[in-house]
Design a protein around this ligand. Structure first.
Ligand code: HEM
Length: 142
C-alpha cells in the first residue's frame, strides 16, 4: 500500500521557510497586496518565522508554533484588522505567487489550494468589500 506524502514531507522544514520568506517578500512588493501589506509591521522577519512555524505543524510536521506560543488560535492576532474577501484574496494571491516562485510544482500546489482557501476564509472577519489599510501600532502612535 502506498500512502500519500504530506506537504511537510514534500517541502521539509527548510522548504517551508523558503516558502514563507518568499510569501512575505511577494507581499512586500506586489501592488495588488498593498492593503494587506499595510496591516503588517515594517519588519516582516518575525512574521516569516511565525508563519514558517505555524505552517510546519499545519502541513503535517511538528507543531512548532504551538510549542512556542502554547496555542494555535488563529483569529485573535488579527481581531483589530478588517479582513474581508479582498484581504483574503490578496493573502491567497501572495501565496499562489510564492508557490510558483519556489517551483512547488503542480501536485503540491493542488494539494494546498483548497485547504489554504478554507483557512484564509475562516480568518476573514468581515463580509464586506474592503478595507481601510490599517495598522493599530501606527494608529496608536498618532
Ligand atoms: C486571510 C487573510 C489574512 C490576513 C489579512 C492576515 C493578516 C495578518 C496580520 C495583520 C497579522 C498580524 C501581524 C502582526 O502582528 O504584525 C497576522 C498574523 C499571523 N498570520 Fe495572518 N493573515 C491572513 C491569513 C493567514 C493565513 C491563511 C495563515 C496561515 C495559514 C496566517 C498565519 C499567520 C500567523 C501564524 C500569524 C502570527 C500570529 C501571531 O502573532 O502569533 N495568516 N496575519
Amino acid at each position: 500500500m502506498t500512502s500519500a506524502k504530506t506537504p511537510y514531507q514534500i517541502l521539509g522544514e527548510d522548504g517551508i521557510r523558503v516558502l514563507t520568506s518568499t510569501f512575505y517578500d511577494v507581499m512586500d512588493t506586489l501592488p495588488e497586496a498593498k492593503a494587506l501589506r499595510a496591516m503588517h509591521t515594517k519588519d516582516l522577519s518575525p512574521m516569516k518565522e511565525k508563519l514558517a512555524e505555524y505552517l510546519t505543524g499545519w502541513m503535517g510536521g511538528p507543531p512548532l508554533y504551538a510549542y512556542r506560543y502554547g496555542t494555535v488560535c488563529m483569529t485573535s492576532p488579527r481581531e483589530p484588522y478588517h479582513i474581508g474577501p479582498e484581504e483574503r484574496d490578496q493573502w491567497l494571491l501572495c501565496m499562489d505567487k510564492a508557490l510558483v516562485e519556489i517551483e512547488a510544482g503542480e501536485e503540491l500546489t493542488q494539494m494546498l489550494k483548497e485547504p489554504l482557501f478554507r483557512i484564509a476564509d475562516a480568518i476573514r472577519n468581515r463580509e464586506g468589500p474592503s478595507a481601510r489599510a490599517s495598522n493599530p501600532d501606527i494608529l496608536a502612535s498618532h
